[in-house]
Write a protein that binds this ligand. Structure first.
Ligand code: A2P
Length: 349
């Protein structure tokens, strides 16, 4: 006995990690179905040493499925998530398709697990950059309140999928060998212009929207308020793609509502916070690094400093594996929470 699970986008950067997280989960699993596009039919992927065939994702794929993880892009989620729910599956969606829908819980279990009680068959996994930031800030918010956040991200290329990782490697090699290389993926797959990411950070993630902000920056702003259930928190973001394969790094400036916080107190809170590993020891040259966070489920936090000029304001630096805590692990963790709370079923069906 256990859940019948489907992974949509199983061949992708996130999908393959979801399979790995399902190998490590405490969730009872009866079966796993791997779904992707028609292009992947015939491919096999391993789950717990078993070779499983990849199948084409179709509405009928969800017959008998209890739990479906979606990570194949927003358009696939929009089309197939309702089909999965209609057939009785609870969907954990990793795309931005439903995140800001008021009827859809947007969940980071360390922060707002209780929001799961409102689900109507679908739970959204937040944007990778938002997740690690709220994991670091929520314990501080609980104690001191949060007034304002200014974040600058340094995001890994894997956030744009497997093809973007390949582009970083091939392009880096080409540049080192003084060969021509034509970028085709970054910064945004379908944008008219593509730019070199090798040795060249790009201050564009996703498309440009209102006010000169990118969609990624708006996601961080809106999702943070929704997850923390507080529209009053002032959030602004600059999102930058950097030539790193995996793990996002973020420089976060924040202003607390209450006074009385000290660096030592904030360090102590984060030392004991769920999902956080504190790496903050400048004397011994200890601070979070992408290489250390990659492959781990936790958010690494360090460089905690007081703003020298402004009261109740501080800096921190956080790093997490964007494919794990930013995506696959947070999704599987949501499913574990749903199971624990007895919510792994579609209400009123
Ligand atoms: P496929 O490998 O068959 O193209 P990434 O984020 O690494 O680019 O991965 C995207 C994932 O989404 C892949 O597993 C990809 O499958 C899947 N995918 C893309 N388009 C579709 C589609 N139309 N239907 C189902 N899965 C899709």
């Amino acid at each position: 006995t256990g859940y019948n699970i489907a992974v949509v986008g199983a061949t992708g950067a996130v999908g393959t990690r979801i399979i790995k997280m399902l190998e490590e989960t405490s969730l009872p699993i009866a079966s796993i179905k791997l779904l992707a596009s028609q292009r992947s039919v015939g491919k096999t992927l391993e789950y717990n040493g078993q070779k499983l065939k990849v199948q084409e994702a179709l509405p009928s794929s969800f017959e008998g499925v209890d739990l479906a993880f979606f990570s194949a892009g927003g358009s696939v989620s929009k089309k197939l998530a309702p089909e999965a729910i209609r057939r009785g599956a609870v969907v954990v969606d990793n795309t931005s398709a439903f995140r800001m829908d008021p009827s859809v819980p947007l969940v980071v279990p360390e922060v707002n697990e209780q929001a799961l009680y409102k689900h109507q068959g679908l739970v959204a996994n937040p944007n990778c950059s938002t997740i690690q930031m709220v994991v670091a800030l929520e314990p501080l918010r609980k104690e001191f309140g949060l007034k304002k956040v200014i974040v600058t991200t340094m995001q890994a290329v894997s956030g744009a999928g497997n093809r973007a990782i390949k582009e970083l490697y091939s392009e880096t090699k080409a540049v080192l060998n003084q060969q021509e290389y034509k970028p085709e993926i970054l910064p945004v797959t379908n944008a008219p212009e593509h730019y070199q990411i090798a040795f060249n950070p790009l201050a564009q993630i996703d498309v440009f929207e209102d006010g000169g902000y990118t969609h990624e920056e708006w996601k961080m702003i809106h999702e943070t308020k929704k997850i923390m259930e507080n529209e009053q928190i002032q959030v602004t973001a600059t999102c930058v793609r950097v030539p790193v394969p995996i793990s996002h790094s973020e420089s976060v400036w924040f202003e607390l509502e209450k006074s009385g916080a000290t660096v030592a107190k904030l360090q102590q809170i984060l030392q004991n916070a769920p999902g956080v590993i504190l790496r903050d020891d400048p004397v011994h040259q200890v601070f979070p690094q992408a290489l250390e966070a990659t492959g781990q489920k936790e958010t690494y936090v360090g460089r905690i400093r007081a703003d020298g000029e402004q009261q109740n304001a501080f800096h921190l630096y956080c790093v997490a594996d964007n494919l794990l805590k930013g995506a696959a692990w947070n999704s599987v963790q949501i499913a574990e929470s749903l199971d624990k709370l007895g919510l792994l079923c579609v209400p009123n069906r």
